[in-house]
Design a protein around this ligand. Sequence first.
Ligand code: ADE
Length: 422
Amino acid sequence: MPPRPACDISDLSLASAGRERVVWAVRRMPVLAAVRERLGRERPLEGIRIGASLHVTAETAVLLRTLVAGGADLALCASNPLSTNDEVAAFLVADEGIATFARRGEDRATYDGHIEAVLDSKPMITIDDGCELVGRIHLSRPATASAVMAGTEDTTTGAVRLRALASAGALLYPVVVLSGAATRILADSRHGTGQSTLDGIMRATNVLIAGATVVVAGYGNCGRAIASRARGLGALVIVTEVDPMRALEAVTEGFRVMRMEEAAPLGDIFVTATGNRDVISADHFGVMRDGAILANAGQFDLEIAVGALGRLASERTRLRPMVDEYVLGESRRLLLLAEGRLVNLAAADGHPPQVMDLSFAVQALACEWIVRHAGTLAPSVHEAPGSIDDEIARLKLEAAGVEIDALSEAQREYLASWGSPS
Ligand code: ADE
């Protein structure tokens, strides 16, 4: 067993339950296993201190083991106070010797203290899932940036904030955004979010989706996946959008598209996936049906205006672990899931391991790429290089035993030519 690292977790005795979870995930993550094997041989991360703010799940543990195999020294905090699996946190400390600062349900002060603890480890690479580390460095610890060679950011929402920081000329170090990587879009947004969001809603409530009217706010990659899975379960799906092209896409997919104001009195279940704030707000709560369920699949807990809901309500009661009932007026009750936080991670286990296999392989290879390009990257926002997608797709196909054709020389020449075909 490795030496006990600095940590703040709920209960170290949960480590063996965490180990079982990680073993289950490892068996479904062959791409990361292949990456781990290579990084273990080449040790490109030797002596690199990595600070990570991630959801503390079994799949995250598999990523961190991969980075440790490559030689990295890690410190981890949670990227959401409700998504930590305490068993996995214990496993990371006991079995992997990783400095872990995360307790499920931690209050704001503890959550903030855990981010500070990770930054105290003087990371040379920051890994973010929602800009927490990079945000804290820029807001209150700019001196920490001098040791950072680069960071990675996993989410689309985070990438938007980083681009705003970069265009204000205020970004202190390079950050590689991973949300645009093709393998990540395929796995995470399209398959992961669709399944895990519905899983979170069903585990939290056990309501029947078939026949329900589900209102999905946002028709980006995530909203599209949620709408499609809800429809697959038999729901009648309404989409709301602000982007005309996306709205048109939803219309052509056969969804009803309307303004949230019109959808509010119709929905049985509402799911936000927009990356923006106050998508469901006071005016909407006022006209919703009794018993309407509100869930958020976006990164931050501001898509549903939870504060306004609290002010409108005469009473709030926790009905089930992930369900709060808000009573409005005489007798209308709205049911908020997971306090408006990411429902797939708070009420379920997040994306399945097969999905995180691809997403986290992007993370691991991006860390390697950063180290191999240290000193050459400008302090701006960088896209993950296409070579990473190619390697991951190749490894995944290999693991699945799928072989594909290769271009012949004549075909290569044809594609490179500009004259009339002969
Ligand atoms: N984000 C979504 N699902 C996840 C998971 N299972 N582990 C870590 N981060 C995630």
